[in-house]
Design a protein around this ligand. Sequence first.
Ligand code: PMP
Ligand code: GLN
Length: 382
Amino acid sequence: MPISSKLPHVGTTIFTVMSKLASDCGAINLSQGFPGFDCDPELLELVSKYMKAGYNQYAPMSGIPILRERIAEKTKLVHGVDLDSESEITVVSGATEALYAAVTAVVKKGDEVILFDPAYDSYAPAVELNGGIPVFVPLEMPDFSVNWEKVKAAITDKTRLIMVNTPHNPSGYVWTHKDLDTLADLIQDRDILLVSDEVYEHITFDGRTHLSLLTHPMLRERTFVCGSFGKTFHVTGWKIGYCLAPPKLTEEFRKIHQFLTFSTATPLQYALADYLAEPSRYLTLPDFYQKKRDLFCAGLKATPFEFIPAQGSFFQMVSYAHLSQESDYDLAVRLTKEIGVASIPISVFFSDKKDHKILRFCFAKNDLDLNKALDQLININL
Ligand code: PMP
Ligand code: GLN
């Protein structure tokens, strides 16, 4: 029986492709964004404790109360914002689920959704599967900041949603107060909702502060904020995160969440609730990753690449446009095979797959691997 694909242009994600190639070639994997080191053993102890104590059945659909309370405490401490843990916080199985559920909750057939280009790979398919129409607004090279005139021009009466990502993957761009204020000015008289992907909320550099859309009173009223414990506590394989949204939006969000996954792994929720009680566990993250970014950028200076140090996230982009016309995909594959270092060609993040001769490296790896990768990158032949 012929099957008509709902996503005819989508293949296996580049993250899977490059991680497999890295593994096949025995290369250092700086492609897919996941930490190359383990989480705190205390967190593992806690999961084990709760599993052994019998916390192994379904959790409540919206998440266990104590974890939702701890997320509320974290939000108050970090952003100074009060959230009601009953009606504004939902625990989900990873930010990917939160993004999908939020889009599904509000996007109907024919609705336009503004996406910044380049964007994380799950946004456009989530919009399309719900009958929405992605409208791409290009970010400004070389820092990938937002051009608000272009956003203004893209807004129509059909715009239902704008998807924000700060700190941004793949560029690391961190939104400023001016970005938040300009967005608020642009949408204040329109029925436009927001999804804000803030999975790198605790990874910002050079004294920059992550400004959650929650911190802006007007934006807060219309935003689903999506977060991920995977990024914050080095456990991307656990797929656990949260969605923060005002009660009416949360109500609609949960209607979708309950039929996507219903609930999220119970022992992980209890363990994370205990673990979150000590704020230093997330407050120390910027310093932890700044050291890695600085180490990686210092080493990059000895390579032919051009780069601007990332403002946030655990990715560093590099350009080779001044040296070669080789496609970014070909170069990423060749570097993996010849030099033994895997990266991501960022053309895959662009709606038109345009090749800007830029690679993305993930520096969430142990220092030994980072140093080894840098030594190998010096030998690059462009
Ligand atoms: N959004 C962005 C920008 C990401 O980089 C990732 C990373 N993996 C996700 C969402 C997904 O997060 P999770 O693994 O919690 O689903
Ligand atoms: N967010 C990760 C990245 O950008 C990948 C996650 C995934 O493989 N889906 O590299």
